[in-house]
Write a protein that binds this ligand. Structure first.
Ligand code: MRU
Length: 334
């Protein structure tokens, strides 16, 4: 991804391995500061996933894969490392896919630094291809709604939902993005907007509860979101609030797409109701910028994801092309 830092342009990934250390762009402090953090133990990698220094399904999967490489470097038991990394966040399938890919590589006696690098580069390339396929859906002048951050930060590079948007912009199409702010952690306002600013892509941040209004007024031509886990029938989990955007899109006859690489597909689950949904601490809702916004005694619920049934999905944009939810099979995505 393109980043302008200290007055100079650089091209970077969301995370990478530098010698024995996993380096992460600290996603907790963007858009105000751009800083790189390093992890040299499995425990440090696990904590960076838990505290959301690194977040977004494919980036979490990459962190899991690099974490396994760190386990090999530091001499930690590989199975123990896998269990610790898999305990960090429950919903994004990429985490399990990434860690299990490294367990398979270890069982073949492979060097896990090389295997993790191959894994991460492979997923980044798949995200680039998602952009090529998704770009074909975007017409000049399109106004596109997206939710959360499904950009390069969330996916190593390029993005899932943002990859077609990047490709359309680079192809010279005039597009406009509506970025839902995405309460409570504001990934849309903080991270999607930051990425779009870096690329010079015109956009507006909107309050989460404004998307229906803009759809009803004919100001949105299509919706593209990412996914954290896609079940075999095409139901999928994504950031909380995605479901209601999908329902509103159908009500207003607006095409609704999700975009994801192979690592996000959990073909072992028949339906999305079986996807584990992470529920995070209530203070993410009760506090904004460290300030309590409700009565001290008020309690809150904070599901991090919701499930969108396949019937609301126009198509799934993958590295192998665009599929109707029912058309997907594991073989198409290897
Ligand atoms: O809680 P997060 O920030 O990890 O959630 C991220 C999302 O929900 C993204 O939309 C999702 O990972 C798909 S994009 C890779």
């Amino acid at each position: 991804m393109k980043v302008r830092c200290d007055g100079r342009d650089m091209d970077t990934r969301a995370l990478w391995m530098d010698g024995d250390v996993v380096k992460f762009i600290d996603q907790k402090i963007l858009p105000h500061r751009f800083e790189i953090l390093g992890a040299s133990t499995v425990e440090e990698v696990a904590i960076f996933i838990e505290d959301m220094t690194v977040r977004g399904a494919p980036s979490i999967g990459a962190a899991g894969a690099y974490g396994m490489a760190v386990a090999q470097i530091t001499g930690m038991d590989i199975q123990e490392a896998a269990l610790r990394l898999k305990r960090t966040r429950p919903t994004a399938f990429d985490l399990f896919y990434g860690v299990d890919s490294m367990l398979a590589a270890a069982s073949q006696g492979r060097d896990l630094v090389a295997a993790a690098e191959e894994y991460v580069t492979g997923i980044a390339e798949k995200c680039r291809k998602i952009g090529e396929h998704g770009n074909a859906l975007i017409k000049d002048g399109f106004r596109i709604l997206t939710h959360c951050n499904a950009g390069a930060l969330a996916t190593i590079d390029y993005g899932t939902a943002l990859s077609p948007i990047r490709a359309a912009h680079r192809a010279g199409k005039k597009i406009h993005v509506f970025a839902d702010e995405t309460r409570p952690r504001l990934q849309g306002a903080a991270l999607t907007s930051w990425e779009l600013v870096q690329e010079g892509i015109p956009h507006d941040i909107i309050p989460d509860n404004a998307a229906g209004h803009f759809m009803q007024r004919g100001e949105i031509d299509m919706v593209i979101v990412g996914a954290d886990r896609i079940a075999a029938n095409g139901d999928f989990a994504n950031k909380i609030g995605t479901y209601e955007k999908a329902v509103c899109a159908k009500e207003n006859e607006i095409p609704f797409y999700t975009a994801a690489p192979v690592s996000t597909f959990d073909f072992s689950l028949e339906s999305g109701m079986d996807i584990p949904i992470e529920e995070r601490g209530q203070d993410e809702v009760r506090y904004v910028n460290g300030k309590l916004i409700c009565p001290e005694k008020a309690t809150a619920r904070n599901p991090a994801f919701d499930m969108t049934p396949a019937r609301y999905v126009t198509g799934i944009i993958t590295e192998a092309g665009i599929f109707r939810p029912g058309e997907l099979e594991r073989e198409k995505l290897q």
